[in-house]
Ligand binder design. Structure first.
Ligand code: FES
Length: 328
């Protein structure tokens, strides 16, 4: 998980020590974090993440991948992103056993349903991290589940040893595309038939989550769960530029600079707006768009809603559109 949170206020924070650092696959490093006295840490549920201050001062969210029953440490896995803003590089290059990190207690925007009869987990790349915690939890519950884990190459596939445990035989499918888009895992056949009581959880690259969302469009509301932490930043983000939003009800105009979401810009200006996941998946920040053209980066809205609504945690103004007018 590598979501950027540069304006998040972290309070309260825990000071956690890196107890273990290990490269577990090409470009992926595992960190085990614990309190200095090895005491119990705040509890978490499968799918939860922590927000950490990286050594170079950025704020990043990382999914917890260990079993929620483990209270003495948190385990995260960080993919070193050469093209990112430097948070993951700082984590991998600058942290060592004994380093101390400021960490916000776990939060969960990607919880497992309690009442599902079957769980289908689909991971792409480093998106395996929250789903691994779910595997631990579902195993403990004795639940019916299957994990499909898509990665490019065997050497870039994390947690292979854990997923080869004998009790997971027949419940884990690992698919390698070898970098060939023509060999990418086809989610459509997997999701074509909805089996009653099934919930699907997907975390991975944008194209995988979009494919899952499309293929499961006929599934009942509330059974498709997406999480985009752990994945590379939106490729469109490199072209982000300044625009403004005008709030129709109050007449306030707020500038939205590159690297800041509309939601963050509003918050910085003291304008409250509902939000939860802040990753374009939950639907909490849905806002009526009264004028202007949005560049939609969420996983909530359908194309026919794009002219009239916008998810302000991730979406922006299209190139050539200087101002969006919002019903706020
Ligand atoms: S806060 Fe969840 S979609 Fe925007």
């Amino acid at each position: 998980m590598n979501a950027c949170l540069d304006t998040l206020a972290l309070s309260p924070r825990l000071a956690l020590t890196v107890c273990r650092k290990q490269e577990i696959a090409h470009g992926i490093t595992l960190f085990e974090l614990a309190a200095a006295d090895h005491g119990e840490l705040p509890a978490f549920e499968a799918g939860a993440h922590i927000a950490v201050t990286t050594p170079n001062g950025l704020l990043r969210r990382y999914s917890l991948c260990n079993p929620p029953s483990e209270r003495q440490h948190y385990v995260i896995a960080v993919k070193r992103d050469e093209l990112g803003a430097g948070g993951s590089k700082s984590m991998v290059d600058e942290l060592a056993p004994g380093s101390v990190l400021a960490v916000a207690p776990p939060e969960n925007y990607f919880p497992l349903a309690r009442d599902a009869q079957r769980y289908l987990l689909i991971a792409g790349g480093i998106g395996i991290t929250p789903l691994l915690s779910m595997v631990h939890e579902l195993r403990m519950r004795g639940a019916d589940f299957e994990l499909v884990y898509c990665a490019r190459f065997p050497e870039s596939t994390a947690f292979l040893d854990e997923l080869a445990a004998p009790d997971l035989a027949g419940r884990v499918r690992i698919h390698h595309s070898h970098g060939d888009p023509a060999r990418a895992f086809a989610v459509e056949p997997l999701l074509a038939q909805y089996a009653g009581g099934t919930h699907v959880y997907c975390c991975g690259p944008r194209r995988l989550m979009q494919a899952v969302r499309e293929a499961a469009r006929h599934w009942p509301a509330g059974t498709v769960h997406l999480e985009n932490f752990g994945t590379s930043e939106d490729p469109k983000a490199s072209g982000d530029r300044l625009f403004s939003v005008r709030l129709e009800r109050t007449g306030i105009t707020v500038a939205v600079p590159p690297g800041t979401s509309i939601l963050e810009a509003l918050r910085n200006r003291g304008v409250p707006a509902p939000s939860s996941c802040e990753s374009g998946t939950c639907g909490s920040c849905r806002t009526r768009l009264l004028a202007g053209k949005g560049e939609h980066r969420d996983y909530v809205l359908d194309e026919d809603e794009h002219d009239a609504e916008i998810m302000i945690c991730v979406s922006r103004a299209q190139a050539g559109c200087e101002q969006l007018v919002l019903d706020l």
